[in-house]
Design a binder for this molecule. Structure first.
Ligand code: GDP
Length: 306
């Protein structure tokens, strides 16, 4: 998001837990180009002070516990950070400058065990994890701030968004990183859970473009951001290993202990509203996404090797 905004000529301020730590971990593309300020998600007054001094025109909220394996471990912290802190932010915006436009990175986890497929903005929320419940709380409050206080607050219901920067606990990155290691002779096999699990995987860079477009509209609203196409973990393996001239069947093993409960309906979104109202379409298709991630990990693994 920061890279996109810099390209568009924005002044970008990163609101982070610890500016010194964040400075050290900043991507080279951002270093020297963005400012960092301390953002305490537990303190309404600290939030208000930051908003009053930075004077943002747009606010994109990505601060959250991420989904993945750990998302059931700390339900209280999850609701605090992914839900309540969003309400604090909205309240700080209302008090300091009700004209600040707010965009929330929400999640398809709000649909949980989805009640219909594909999932759209009109699909009933049915969260089945503390993560989904917290994101759903935030979405409900965004709607309330929109209607009751006239705040320009929008929520992007993001389906799985991948890139070479994806964390290793997610299946996509686990596959591309291990495939690269296998190609380089650093590993021999890869254990995964259910290969038939399906997801609607898109490129994160496309999804932030949708979020930016959401804040350029004449009125706020919620948008599902997805590709509308589901692929299996098996498809992902086939393309990832295939790109390295390897056959995944020789390396990938299913580990039944890692199987998750199957979803009752297909988790796939419908981005028709984003297409119609924002003119947004994802630019990077599934195969290119997989190949870009593999290429990046091959470079990473080769650099580590040297
Ligand atoms: P999620 O959509 O946030 O759960 O993203 P993940 O990348 O963690 O999981 C995507 C899908 O891949 C899920 O249906 C998992 O059950 C499936 N999967 C299969 N093998 C693995 C694995 O080894 N690790 C992870 N994280 N997921 C796996």
């Amino acid at each position: 998001m920061a890279e996109l905004l810099l390209k568009k000529g924005y002044r970008v301020v990163g609101a982070v837990r610890d500016p010194i730590d964040a400075t050290q971990r900043l991507l080279p593309t951002l270093s020297g180009h963005i400012e960092l300020v301390k953002w305490d998600m537990h303190s309404s007054s600290a939030m208000s002070q930051v908003l009053a001094s930075v004077k943002p025109t747009e606010f994109y909220n990505f601060a959250a516990y991420s989904s993945g394996a750990g998302m059931y471990d700390d339900p209280v912290g999850m609701i605090e950070v992914n839900g309540l802190a969003v309400v604090r932010t909205l309240e700080a915006i209302r008090l300091v400058d009700g004209g600040i436009r707010f965009c929330q990175a929400s999640s398809r986890e709000v649909f949980g065990e989805a009640l219909e497929s594909p999932q759209s903005e009109l699909t009933q929320r049915h969260p089945r994890s503390p993560y989904g419940a917290a994101k759903s709380l935030a979405d409900t409050m965004i709607e309330i701030y929109r209607q009751r206080h006239g705040i320009f607050a929008s929520s992007a219901i993001l389906f799985n968004h991948e890139s070479p920067r994806r964390g290793m606990s997610f299946v996509t990155r686990k596959i591309t990183y291990e495939a690269a290691r296998i190609k380089r002779g650093l590993a021999r096999e890869l254990y995964l859970g259910n290969l038939d699990a399906q997801r609607d995987w898109g490129f994160a860079g496309d999804y932030v473009q949708a979020m930016w477009l959401m804040l350029q509209q004449s009125s706020p609203g919620d948008f599902v951001v997805c590709t509308g196409k589901a692929h299996s973990v098996r498809d992902f393996c086939e393309y990832a290993f295939g790109h390295l001239d390897l056959d995944y069947k020789n390396y990938v093993k299913e580990d039944e202990a890692s199987f998750r409960r199957a979803e009752p309906v297909l988790l796939v979104g419908s981005a028709l509203k984003a297409e119609r109202e924002l003119g947004w379409f994802p630019e990077i298709g599934f195969r290119k996404l997989v190949e870009d991630m593999v290429d990046s990990d091959l470079r990473l693994v080769s650099a580590v090797e040297i």
